[in-house]
Write a protein that binds this ligand. Structure first.
Ligand code: ARG
Length: 472
C-alpha cells in the first residue's frame, strides 16, 4: 500500500471524510440537523472496540502492516482514555461519533489513520456499535433485575404466613398470603429476565464486514472480527445487517413489558401506602413531603416508576414506526434509533435501581392486612367448599353462602363471627367444623398445592426461586 497522502483539499471547505464530490460546504443548519454526535458520543467506547477489531483483522488480511495496525490501536486506546476522562473535543462539524474519532486518529497518526476505514462503512460500523453497546447494557440490567428479584423473594419468604385480602376487581375475593402476592411479582420479573436473555442472544451477531450494504472487495475475515468482539457469529446477509434494528425493538419491547409490570407493582404500593388501605410503610428515604400539607408523605418513587412506563412504551412505538416501510438497506432514518434506545436504557436502569433498593425495605402492617382480610367475607368460598364436602351440590352451596353473606351485611358480622345457630338458619348441614374453614389461616393453609397461597407452599416456592437465582 502506498503511503502517499493524495488528498488535496482540506476540511475547511467541505467535509474531509466524504466531501470529495461536493462543490460547496454543507449549510450550517443542515450540518446541525443531520449531526448525531451530540447523542451518539455515548457509543465511543464500543466504536473504538469495533475499530480495534477491524484493524486487527485488516492486518491479517494484508491490508495493514503490523506497524500500521499497532499505531492505529495505540492511538485509539489513547483516544478512548481521553474520551473517558472528558478530554475530547467533540465537533458537530464532524457529524457523528465515528467521524469524530476517525478524524482525531488521523490528526494523531497521519496517513495511517486514513487506512482504518478500508473495507468498512459507517453503516456496518454503527450497526456493530449499537449491538455492542446494548449487549453491555443488557448485562448490567440483567444483574440489576436479579438484585430486585432477590429482594422480592427475601421479603416473600419473611412474609410467607402474613395474611392479606386477595382481590379480583379490586374487591376482596379470598385471603392470600403477602408472600404469595410478592411471588406473583417475582414470576412477572422472571419472564422479563428470560425475554431479556432471548433478546441478547438474537442480537449477538456481528454485522461488521457488511460494509455499506453489499459487502466489500477486500479479503476480510468476518469470522475473526466477530470472534474478537465476542459475537456468536457474523450476520448472514449484508443488506439485512446494515438495516436491521430488530434488536432495538426487541429490547424496547422487553423494557415496555418490564415497566408495565413495574407500573402494576407501583400501583399496588401506592394503594397500600394510602390511609384507606394502610397495608405497608415505605421508608422515609424513598418518599417526599408536600410543601403545603405538613402531614403528607408521598410515595414518589413508585409514582414516578408508574409514570415512566409512558415514556418507555413511547420509545417502543417510536422504533416500530421508525422501521415501518423502510426499504433496504441503510437509511438515514436509522440515526433516529439512538435517543429512544438510550433513554430506554437509562430509564430501565434507574427504575430497577430504585425498586431493588426500596422493596426489601418495605414494612408490612400485618394487623391492618389481617383486619382488611376479615372484612368483605373473604372466606365465603371456603364455606361453599365446606358445604360441598357435607354433600351439598356446589350451586346450592353458593346460594346458602350468598344468603349467609346477606345476613352478615345486615348484621355487620363476618361469617366467622356468627354463631353456629345463626349459620344453621341457612343450612342444617352446617356443623361445628365450619369454624375451621372460616378462619383466615384455615383458608390459606387449605390451598397447599403448586401455585397455591398456603404458607407452606410459599416457603417452598421462595426456596426454589432463590436456588434458581443462584444459577444465573
Ligand atoms: N450517524 C449515523 C447513524 O447513526 C451513522 C451512519 C451513517 N451512514 C451514512 N451512510 N450516512 O445512523
Amino acid at each position: 500500500m502506498s503511503n502517499k497522502d493524495t488528498t488535496a483539499h482540506s476540511a475547511s471547505k467541505t467535509n474531509s471524510q466524504w466531501g470529495g464530490r461536493f462543490s460547496e460546504p454543507t449549510d450550517a443548519f443542515v450540518q446541525r440537523f443531520t449531526a448525531s454526535v451530540m447523542f451518539d458520543q455515548r457509543l465511543a467506547k464500543q466504536d473504538i472496540q469495533g475499530s480495534i477489531a477491524h484493524a486487527t483483522m485488516l492486518e491479517t488480511a494484508g491490508v495493514l502492516t503490523a506497524e500500521e495496525r499497532d499505531a492505529i490501536i495505540n492511538a485509539l486506546s489513547d483516544i478512548a482514555a481521553d474520551i473517558a476522562n472528558g478530554h475530547f473535543a467533540w465537533s458537530v462539524a464532524l457529524e457523528d461519533v465515528h467521524m469524530n474519532i476517525e478524524s482525531e486518529l488521523t490528526k494523531r497518526i497521519g496517513l495511517t489513520g486514513k487506512k482504518l476505514h478500508t473495507g468498512r462503512s459507517r453503516n456496518d460500523q454503527v450497526a456493530t456499535d449499537i449491538r455492542l453497546y446494548l449487549r453491555d447494557e443488557i448485562d448490567v440490567i440483567a444483574t440489576e433485575l436479579t438484585r430486585l428479584q432477590q429482594g422480592i423473594v427475601g421479603l416473600a419468604e419473611r412474609e410467607a404466613a402474613t395474611i392479606m385480602p386477595g382481590f379480583t376487581h379490586l374487591q376482596t375475593a379470598q385471603p392470600v398470603t403477602f408472600g404469595h402476592h410478592l411471588m406473583a411479582w417475582f414470576e412477572m420479573l422472571t419472564r422479563d429476565y428470560t425475554r431479556l436473555l432471548d433478546c441478547r442472544k438474537r442480537m449477538n451477531q456481528s454485522p461488521l464486514g457488511a460494509a455499506a450494504l453489499a459487502g466489500t472487495t477486500y479479503p476480510i475475515n468476518r469470522e475473526l472480527t466477530s470472534e474478537l468482539l465476542g459475537f456468536a457469529h457474523p450476520t448472514r446477509n449484508s443488506l439485512d445487517s446494515v438495516s436491521d434494528r430488530d434488536f432495538g425493538i426487541e429490547f424496547c419491547s422487553f423494557a415496555a413489558i418490564l415497566l408495565t409490570h413495574m407500573s402494576r407493582m407501583s400501583e399496588e404500593l401506592i394503594l397500600w401506602t394510602s390511609a384507606q388501605f394502610n397495608f405497608i410503610d415505605l421508608p422515609d428515604r424513598f418518599c417526599t413531603g408536600s410543601s403545603i400539607m405538613p402531614q403528607k408523605k408521598n410515595p414518589d418513587v413508585p409514582e414516578l416508576v408508574r409514570g415512566k412506563t409512558g415514556r418507555v412504551n413511547g420509545h417502543l412505538v417510536s422504533l416500530l414506526t421508525l422501521m415501518k416501510s423502510q426499504p433496504l438497506a441503510y437509511n438515514k432514518d436509522n440515526q433516529e434509533d439512538k435517543e429512544p434506545l438510550f433513554d430506554t436504557v437509562d430509564t430501565v436502569r434507574d427504575c430497577l435501581r430504585a425498586f431493588a433498593d426500596m422493596i426489601p425495605a418495605i414494612t408490612p402492617k400485618k394487623d391492618n392486612m389481617r383486619k382488611a382480610a376479615m372484612q368483605g367475607f373473604a372466606t365465603a368460598t371456603d364455606m361453599a367448599d365446606y358445604l360441598v364436602r357435607q354433600g351439598i351440590a356446589f350451586r346450592d352451596a353458593h346460594e346458602i353462602v350468598g344468603k349467609s353473606v346477606a345476613y352478615g351485611i345486615a348484621h355487620n358480622k363476618d361469617l366467622s363471627e356468627m354463631t353456629l345457630q345463626e349459620l344453621q338458619q341457612f343450612s342444617p348441614n352446617i356443623e361445628h367444623g365450619i369454624f375451621d374453614v372460616l378462619t383466615l389461616e384455615g383458608s390459606v393453609a387449605a390451598r397447599n398445592h403448586i401455585g397455591g397461597t398456603a404458607p407452606e407452599h410459599v416457603i417452598l416456592a421462595a426456596q426454589k426461586a432463590k436456588a434458581d437465582l443462584l444459577t444465573r
